[in-house]
Design a protein around this ligand. Structure first.
Ligand SMILES: Cc1cc2nc3c(=O)[nH]c(=O)nc-3n(C[C@H](O)[C@H](O)[C@H](O)COP(=O)(O)OP(=O)(O)OC[C@H]3O[C@@H](n4cnc5c(N)ncnc54)[C@H](O)[C@@H]3O)c2cc1C
Length: 239
């Protein structure tokens, strides 16, 4: 209940968060929203990264997915796929049976690196998959294409040889949209460069004063993102 109210208060304080980046100077980071093949593949659970696709298809089917997987879906859309945050945010909102704009938009902005006061959390979809679904049970449940694929290949089906594909199936599952590691590196660099050029201390301070955690003394935060915490379990819900 505390988290619920904490996040809803952010949107109460600044209703524009539904439409623009929390850190205004990060608004120009990407071209505006718009249809693209990448967006469509993400929405349909056809990115080629099994855990991402399984989560999206589970969400479509049930209307619910847990916190960490919401965060991963949003982060993959924002970083590896380099989509503008608005389209993925609207898509997720339409799927959630518990859609609550007050929680949703601040979370979307946090997971897309648009607050300017949080470290970037770029998830590695393969490491997440190996860690959270080690036997591939969840993946096989939601991706029938990969039913017969053994555990050592289920997280990276694109590495299967033609002979393995003939043996285990998986021919109908899509290849990844891009190399996720390269894409993550490129995203981190693009954001770092943009922040160095366009982000001022004044605006960062405004966001911090308005939305920063009040758990302890307010500390000056770096104007450039710190090391990515893509695979960290330590998801701070408050900052
Ligand atoms: C990108 C993204 C979008 C999200 N969009 C929504 C949304 O539209 N609606 C929504 O209710 N939650 C949203 N969340 C927060 C969170 O994922 C869900 O509230 C949580 O999955 C609900 O799980 P639960 O019912 O088991 O709640 P529990 O974890 O048992 O918590 C009980 C209640 O506390 C509140 N709560 C839990 N986690 C959070 C959180 N991280 N932030 C704020 N309140 C929380 C919810 O009201 C929840 O029903 C979003 C998270 C992310 C990363």
């Amino acid at each position: 209940m505390h988290w619920h109210c904490h996040f809803i208060q952010k949107l109460e304080d600044e209703p524009e968060l539904e439409f623009r980046a929390m850190h205004r100077e990060l608004e120009g980071l990407k071209a505006g929203p718009g249809e693209s093949e990448r967006l469509q593949r993400w929405q349909e659970g056809q990115t080629g990264w099994p855990l991402v696709d399984a989560c999206m298809r589970a969400l479509q089917h049930t209307g619910w997915i847990n916190f960490r997987m919401r965060a991963m879906l949003m982060a993959v859309a924002s970083y590896q796929l380099w989509l503008h945050w608005r389209d993925p945010a609207l898509h997720l909102a339409r799927q959630f049976t518990d859609f609550e704009p007050g929680i949703h938009y601040p979370q979307v902005q946090m997971q897309s690196g648009l607050t300017g006061i949080n470290a970037l959390r770029i998830y590695n979809p393969v490491l997440q998959s190996q860690k959270l679904d080690p036997d591939g049970e969840f993946i096989r449940r939601w991706l029938p294409e990969l039913q017969g694929v053994p555990v050592d290949l289920i997280h990276t089906p694109w590495l299967m040889t033609p002979a393995q594909k003939n043996r285990y199936g998986g021919n109908t599952y899509t290849l990844p949209v891009c190399d996720h590691e390269q894409a993550a590196r490129a995203a981190r660099k693009a954001i770092g460069d943009f922040r160095k050029q366009h982000v001022s201390h004044t605006e960062t301070e405004r966001v911090l004063q308005r939305h920063g955690s009040r758990k302890g003394p307010v500390q000056k935060r770096p104007s450039v993102p710190r090391k990515a915490e893509g695979d960290s379990d330590q998801l701070s819900l408050f900052d």
